[in-house]
Write a protein that binds this ligand. Sequence first.
Ligand code: ATP
Length: 281
Amino acid sequence: MLEISNLSVDFHTDGGVVHAVKDVSITVGEGEIRGLVGESGSGKSVTSMTILGLLGTRRARVSSGEILLNGTNLLEMSQKELGRIRGRQIGLVSQNALSALDPSFTIGSQMIEVIRLHQKLSRAAAYEEAVRSLERVGMPDPPQKLRAYQHQLSGGQRQRVVIAMALVARPALLLADEPTTALDATVQKQILDLLLEINRDLGTAILMVTHDFGVVSHMCDSVTVMRKGSVVEQGSADQVLTAPEHPYTRSLISSVPKLRLDDTARAVPRAERRLHVFQEA
Ligand SMILES: Nc1ncnc2c1ncn2[C@@H]1O[C@H](COP(=O)(O)OP(=O)(O)OP(=O)(O)O)[C@@H](O)[C@H]1O
């Protein structure tokens, strides 16, 4: 579904050229959860933001490669065309739910706006859809949350709102960039389990950007490890976790307590997850 091939991205700064992403190839298949792992500065975010044309600086240049979404090269699209892909085919759940929500509008008005952008619905019908979307992400008392402003919600609740909004158009792929970094451990796990549930119930593929192999062990089917802009290793999560080939991968894995590596929820094979979706439909 998503095929990144030989992608290189440079930043042209006053101090010279920074080669942030070097010849990176990554695929995410239908319904797959792939972890994109590496330390700070390894190029994970630049890679994932390039997919959606969201690098947000004129200094960034894609110097080679292609990013195919169902066969169409996203790098050849105009910002307007990419705007249509964002939300509709690829949903974004970013690091910081605070910056994704507008503090001056209620959660309800923001959700209704996003829903009406994607579906021709009256305000009343869009409100009902907003209630259903919040129910889907396990939010307690959706009508009350829709009347609230972001500062009245907890960190975990805000991230649930962002996930609900990213799912409005039922995208086939979610880009989740460190979606739990800002949350405490218990809430982190709840949000990861929610993403896993969404993957199982809706068949949504996920590219999970993280620095944490605990997250990979918990929920990913496959993993790509990046270091200093390059891919050093990739494969199935089981294979990489049990027999990492690169010393850098080994050091990332050994920095996670064994208890967390054992706490895995990814036991259901992908084929069965799709069967589950099929049976529900
Ligand atoms: N706007 C920018 N201008 C110049 N260099 C940049 C810019 N954005 C990122 N970089 C550089 O690109 C490289 C990769 O950064 P990136 O943010 O992708 O790393 P990351 O692995 O996602 O780290 P983190 O987990 O801290 O976000 C780093 O060397 C960074 O300094």
